[in-house]
Design a protein around this ligand. Sequence first.
Ligand SMILES: [Zn+2]
Length: 174
Amino acid sequence: MWHPGHSRDKDGHAQTANDAPYPSDLIFGAPPAHVTLVAFPRPTVDDLNPLLAQARAAAVRAFAPYSRFRVGAALRDAHGSVYVGCNVESASYGLTICAERNAIFGAIAAGAARPFAALAVTCLDATGPCTPCGACRQVMAEHLQPDAPVHIDGLGDYRISDLLPLAFGLDVGE
Ligand SMILES: [Zn+2]
């Protein structure tokens, strides 16, 4: 699991891969003036949660030139297959899709077995653990098993019923 002091030098400064230039700088130039990127100690990639490792790998592929906030999600379906998603932004900001919903929608399109058994989510650029947004929690509540673990990088495991109590739903007779 993640140890906050794991990757700091003797002066307490983070020494992580986040110290390296943002990969898309080569394509998109320097970050906008209003965005401040802050490196913080990242969980190590040898985390015991293999689903989280796949979420981190997916986050590297995020298309986030506007927010510089790369998020990855990995979803395990009812048969044990894994599907991943990353956030994909649009110049028309409202069209942006989160990593969690991207993973869930992609899994359904690929024929994954519902309800899904587990989900892991991570952000490479947050200043601390990154929890799913409200929209994603609603979609998760509709497609995850009620007791499915939702592993949030740097925080631990949660149930969707804890993340979104009294979720909206319609009885569609599944
Ligand atoms: Zn979201």
